[in-house]
Design a binder for this molecule. Structure first.
Ligand code: C2E
Ligand code: MG
Ligand code: MG
Length: 716
């Protein structure tokens, strides 16, 4: 240290000549420098290693290791790259001077040594050396900082067009050390879609001189993508002229990922990954806005898991948590299965956010773009059915179920808060009424759904107790006035409700799937009745059975019908089947095949309620039907509405032209019958002759309508 506490520069003197050495050491110390001596090349190298001098004075000519060899060895060491080495040569030894430079010497001085010259040269070299070291240290620090910040940099020199990139840059780009990276390497790594914007930013800076910044992706050789933020600025030379461009590239991948995660977490529930309360309210507000413009409704279902608390307390929170995520899965699956959601909300991600965890064991479901709120009952049913299956959780089998409250925009609220509040109170009402159930908020809806619910329960019991009866309504030939056959019409004779008409319970049976059993019962009953009439020789016409779309869902309908016919021992050709357009409009191919199978066995098919749907007569040509039944709503007004009369007359004419048999439904007056006869309609069915009646009454009608064709007494 010097008197100011500064570290004194250390100079290593390597010379085998003791006189020269002490001359130099004395001189150095006089200059305030620290001097270390070495008497030969090896000692010099050892001294360099141990004392790390700031400068080396090295004699060229030494026995064993020459000065050249020592210099080369010093340069070969990490610590020896930048240390100034001054070689001491003999006067005018040009080849020695050349060789000194070749082995990396910084400078030379000839012997005998002029101290004045040497001392100035040393001072200069020491200053340069320390500057060089400082620069090197700061470069290292910068490179480290960049590596830590996942930041790389590059430079383009306008003078010679050269390009250089930092180690961290190549590391970020996934360039192997053995590759020789260039500006092309950088360009190739940029994601093809981002090359344009990147080039724009580059040009903006180059041509306009303004710093520019752009986020772009790079694709690394292993296929992984990183997101980089590139900032480009102009480099100026000392005179203020553009000298080049400098770019820094910062790897933003993790930061972006974190940002995305933060965004996701702020709108989603981490346990179930469903949307959270906030997201739901946003989506609901949006759905309401859309519904306003499109004159649609929006449904909000509020579901609470029944008995969740008990499960949490009994099995612990970890089981409780797995239950909640399982519940979430089932709800999503149930909603996904709902046609109406699939139709209005096709993107799966969106469907997922349509189900949200509102908090605790409460979930909310959004059904946007709704036409008919009754559809919400079906969704609620499906959600509850999904939940009623047992859950298997960490070795425990648990059964939960849920309660659902339903509110509809606009009738039950005008904004998200109101709708949610009302859906919530409806949910509590559902719980009170005995869990496992749903409840509409609106009073009218409640009554409706309550009636439905009661009906559903009773219908189930009625099926088991066979409280059903098949009534028969005759069809007459308009030409002869004779009964041609009967339509079987279902009646439900409930001990409490009395006689219930099919319009009230068939839709419920269809919605709940009970129609399959009910429909099978009707087919069997019709077959048995035909057999009975065969035996007593009455009602020899056809018997028509109405079929629901659901009955076509399971394959082999024709086979099932034939089996019933053969068990009852009747000719299947006595049977007719009535379908509505809704049957044919669904899964057309499949249904048409089933209808063809039915007709292949000589059973006829009628298209019921014609005119109420969408079928055009030309479409009819493609359908495998034999009979067209014109809906009552047309027949009703043929006497007083010219339009309906024209339409009905037209349908009859064209239907007949297509080779179909035409039946008019719901004929109630003589006038109607006359018009139908005039238009050459084939048959009619209606209260004018008879409503649907019990089998024995049908027999009486048959006898009246077919008077006295009883076989005469034997022998007559
Ligand atoms: P549909 O097949 O069109 O049956 C004709 C309906 O019109 C019957 O009502 C019948 O009683 C009624 N009707 C007949 N003539 C007149 C009339 O002159 N005036 C008035 N106002 N009505 C008349 P119903 O029995 O109430 O049946 C209603 C619907 O229920 C049927 O319409 C049919 O679609 C369905 N349905 C009845 N039984 C069954 C069944 O066993 N299975 C299936 N899937 N559906 C059935
Ligand atoms: Mg019918
Ligand atoms: Mg009908």
């Amino acid at each position: 240290m010097d008197e100011h506490g500064r570290k004194r520069p250390r100079v290593l003197v390597v010379d085998d000549d003791e006189g020269v050495r002490s001359f130099l050491v004395r001189g150095l110390r006089r200059e305030g420098l620290e001097a270390v001596e070495a008497a030969d090349g090896q000692a010099g190298l050892d001294g360099f290693e141990e004392r790390t001098p700031e400068l080396v004075l090295l004699d060229v000519q030494m026995p064993k290791l020459s000065g050249f060899e020592v210099c080369e060895a010093i340069r070969g060491r990490e610590s020896g790259h930048d240390v100034p080495v001054v070689m001491m040569t003999g006067m005018d030894d040009a080849s020695a001077i050349q060789r000194a430079y070749d082995v990396g010497a910084t400078d030379f001085i000839t012997k005998p040594i002029n101290w004045l010259i040497l001392s100035h040269r040393l001072r200069y070299l020491l200053r340069a050396g320390s500057n060089l070291q400082a620069l090197r240290r700061s470069q290292e620090r910068l490179a480290n900082a960049q590596r830590l910040a996942l930041m790389g940099s590059w430079q383009i020199d306008f003078d010679d067009g050269s390009f250089s990139g930092s180690d961290a840059l190549w590391e970020i780009l996934g360039v192997e050390p053995q590759e020789e990276p260039s500006i092309q390497t950088l360009a190739q790594r940029i994601h093809p879609d981002d090359r344009g914007p990147m080039l724009d930013a580059y040009r903006r800076c180059r041509d306009g001189g303004e710093p520019s910044s752009v986020d772009h992706r790079v694709v690394r050789p292993d296929g992984s993508e990183r997101i980089l933020r590139c900032q480009i600025r102009m480099l100026m030379d000392a005179k203020g002229a553009a000298a080049g461009l400098e770019g820094t590239l910062q790897d933003m991948t993790e930061r972006k990922r974190t940002e995305e995660q933060v965004r996701f977490l702020s709108s989603h529930d981490p346990l179930t990954s469903l949307g959270n309360r906030r997201l739901f309210q946003e989506r609901l507000a949006l759905a309401i806005r859309h519904a306003r413009t499109g004159d649609r409704k929006v449904g909000v279902l509020y579901l609470d898991v029944d008995h969740f608390k008990r499960i949490n307390e009994t099995f612990g929170h970890s089981v409780g948590d797995s239950l909640l995520s399982e519940v979430a899965n089932r709800l999503v699956m149930s909603v996904r299965g709902a046609d109406l959601v699939a139709r209005s909300d096709p993107a799966w991600a969106e469907q997922q956010t349509a189900v949200s965890r509102f908090g605790g064991d409460e979930f909310t479901i959004l059904i946007p773009q709704l036409h008919d709120e009754q559809a919400l009952a079906a969704v609620a049913r499906r959600l509850l059915d999904g939940l009623s299956q047992p859950f298997s959780l960490q070795g425990h089998e648990v059964v939960v179920g849920g309660s659902v409250g339903i509110a509809v925009f606009p009738s039950d609220g005008n904004n998200p808060e109101e709708l949610l509040r009302n859906a919530n109170s409806a949910m509590y009402a559902a719980k009170e009424r005995g869990r496992g159930d749903y409840q509409f908020y609106a009073q009218s809806m409640n009554e409706l759904s309550l009636r439905r619910l009661i009906l559903e329960g009773k219908l189930r019991k009625a099926l088991d107790a066979s409280h059903f009866e098949l009534f028969f309504q005759p069809k007459l030939s308009l030409e002869s006035g004779a009964i041609t056959g009967f339509e079987g019409l279902l009646r439900w004779d409930d001990p409490e409700l009395g006689m219930v008409g099919p319009c009230d319970f068939i839709p419920v049976a269809e919605e709940t799937g009970m129609i399959s059993r009910l429909g099978a019962w009707v087919i069997r009953r019709a077959c048995r009745q035909v057999a009975a009439w065969d035996q007593n020789g009455t009602c020899q016409g056809s018997v028509a059975v109405n079929l629901s779309p659901e009955q076509f869902r399971q394959p082999g309908l024709a086979d099932r019908i034939l089996r019933e016919a053969s068990e009852a021992d009747i000719d299947p050709r006595r049977l007719e089947f009535e379908i509505t357009e809704s049957v044919v409009l669904r899964d057309t191919e499949e249904v048409i095949q089933q209808l063809q199978a039915i007709r292949a066995h000589g059973m006829r098919v009628a298209l019921d309620d014609f005119g109420t749907g969408y079928s055009s007569l030309s479409y009819l040509r493609k359908l495998p039907v034999d009979i067209l039944k014109i809906d009552r709503s047309f027949i009703q007004h043929i006497e007083d509405k010219a339009e309906d009369a024209a339409l009905t007359g037209g349908i009859i004419a064209m239907g007949k032209a297509l080779g179909l048999r035409i039946v008019a439904e719901g004929a109630e007056t003589e006038g109607q019958r006359d018009l139908l006869t005039e238009w050459q309609c084939d048959e009619m069915q209606g209260f004018l002759f008879s409503p649907a009646v019990r089998a024995h009454e049908a027999e009486a009608l048959w006898r009246q309508g077919r008077p006295a064709r009883k076989p005469g007494p034997p022998g007559s």
